[in-house]
Design a protein around this ligand. Structure first.
Ligand SMILES: Cc1ncc(COP(=O)(O)O)c(C=O)c1O
Length: 200
């Protein structure tokens, strides 16, 4: 059945795994740090909240359904998500990024990434040819934000995804400003989509 976006926001697309058997209509907020194991060597999938927690799992399931992805991870802030994503890169790797990214992301790339031997070239990604020209032998990631914060610049995700595929790069899209309600980057060829959930 094709569910309305409002329904997906509340329930996700499929039946949730039966974690809470109280019949609670709104998914409960679990505050426990640790979870009991049913028996020695057996786990319900919840051991320690930093690793996974039923509330976070529910958020991940619903956001993944909204973005139509294969899986999702939730973090305490958008910058934590950006940091983890950039951590998949190795010293010597290169990023091509939008020149008008959210300031925190630019600072992360210009300070921490640079210190760790990862170079970033910032280009106006509203012109696809700039992205192509900036690709180097060691480019591993194209990181775009569309629309950007603050200048609301737009990039063509579909066209940039073709460049990413041709050059064996991961295409990351920060979808904070449109959300999957208006734009689904994974459907347009992006590999990873991320959000700061305190915005729209
Ligand atoms: C487009 C965009 N991405 C990422 C972030 C970072 O998210 P957070 O503030 O949740 O760490 C922000 C924050 O303003 C943002 O506007």
């Amino acid at each position: 059945m094709n569910k309305n976006v409002g329904t997906v926001c509340v329930h996700g697309k499929k039946q949730r795994r039966n974690v809470d058997n109280t019949g609670a209509v709104s998914f409960p907020i679990y505050q426990s740090a640790t979870f009991v194991h049913p028996a020695f060597g057996e786990s319900t999938g919840f051991d320690y909240s930093r690793l996974q927690n039923p509330t976070r799992e529910e958020l991940e399931r619903v956001v993944n359904d909204l973005e139509e992805g294969v899986d999702a991870l939730a973090f305490s802030t958008g910058m934590a998500a950006v940091t983890v994503l950039l951590d998949i890169l190795e010293p010597g790797d290169h990023i091509v990024a939008t020149d008008d990214l959210y300031g925190g992301t630019i600072r992360l790339m210009e300070s921490i990434c640079k210190k760790n031997g990862i170079k970033t070239t910032f280009v106006e990604t509203d012109k696809v040819e700039n992205v192509e020209k900036a690709i180097e032998k060691n480019t591993k990631m194209i990181y775009i934000e569309t629309p950007t914060n603050p200048m609301m610049k737009i990039a063509d995700i579909e066209e940039i995804s073709k460049i990413a595929k041709k050059n064996n790069c991961i295409l990351v899209v920060d979808n904070t400003f449109l959300t999957p309600y208006f734009q689904k980057p994974l459907k347009l060829g992006a590999d990873v989509v991320l959000h700061s959930a305190t915005k729209y």
